[in-house]
Design a protein around this ligand. Structure first.
Ligand code: GLP
Length: 241
């Protein structure tokens, strides 16, 4: 665990973990959406611009996607990751993968979930997986009650998560009810998991994840089983430890 003095420092510490792996040669990155990873992306973009850190040999996988949004829809997580990070560095667009949740037909979604797992496997697995944490302890979109062994699958979003994420949708738009998300088992397979959390709103979830029992009631607690997990917190997020 790393305790940081500022939000910017959480970004810098996580970004340097990514940078040192990227500098070793071709690698597979796991990317997350939400506000928590933004300082990480900002720092990595700076490293690209100012010290020539190249992502040209990287492949990237996003964690999750809303069902029913087209990949070019600005609210899709694929578009979000492009706008916030990948579009600002030299990671080739063809090397960015995300679950294809555009067709809401359940058979199409099950097929897309299995295909996503297979694509990750063929890429050699994820070397460094970035994670945020939801106020209810979710990682990716693995809401409480998710199986600790789960793989990429369809998941229903909780009311709290839909409300938390309503800010990304217009007033007259409804937040999707379903998503495709990598499972907790998928995340456990990453070689290094890096969770960043900032702010008091995350303090309870962080305490449950780090000090509580390993339980599907707090999906992030599964990281206690991960052989190489780093939790990077600012003071507010660490305040209930
Ligand atoms: C979404 C994402 C998660 C993310 C969470 C927290 O639900 N699917 O991957 O960790 O939001 O978001 P934020 O970092 O904005 O608090």
């Amino acid at each position: 665990m790393v305790l940081c003095e500022s939000v910017a420092e959480t970004g810098q510490v996580a970004a340097e973990i990514f940078a040192s792996r990227i500098e070793q040669g071709p690698c597979v990155l796991g990317l997350a959406t939400g506000s928590s990873p933004l300082p990480v992306y900002q720092y990595l973009i700076r490293r690209y611009r100012e010290s020539g850190l190249s992502f040209a040999q990287c492949t990237a996988f996003t964690l999750d996607e809303y069902v029913g949004l087209q990949p070019y829809d600005s609210r899709s997580y694929r578009a979000t990751i492009r706008d916030e990070f990948v579009g600002h560095v030299d990671l080739p667009t063809r090397s960015l993968h995300s679950p294809d949740a555009s067709d809401p037909d359940p058979r199409a979604l099950r097929h897309a979930a299995a295909a996503y797992e297979e694509t990750i496997r063929l890429a050699g697995g994820i070397d460094v997986q970035l994670l945020g944490i939801g106020a209810n302890g979710h990682i990716g979109f693995n809401e409480p009650s998710s199986s600790l062994a789960s793989r990429t699958r369809i998941k229903a979003l909780t009311q709290q998560t839909r409300e938390d994420n309503a800010r990304f949708f217009g007033e007259d738009e409804t937040v999707p009810k379903l998503c495709l998300t990598q499972g907790l088992g998928t995340i456990l397979d990453s070689r290094h998991a890096v969770l960043v959390a900032q702010g008091e709103a995350k303090a309870d979830a962080v305490a449950a994840a780090v000090e509580g029992p390993v339980s599907s009631a707090c999906p992030a607690s599964v990281l206690q089983l991960h052989p190489h997990a780093t939790v990077i917190l600012d003071a507010a997020a660490a305040s209930r430890l």
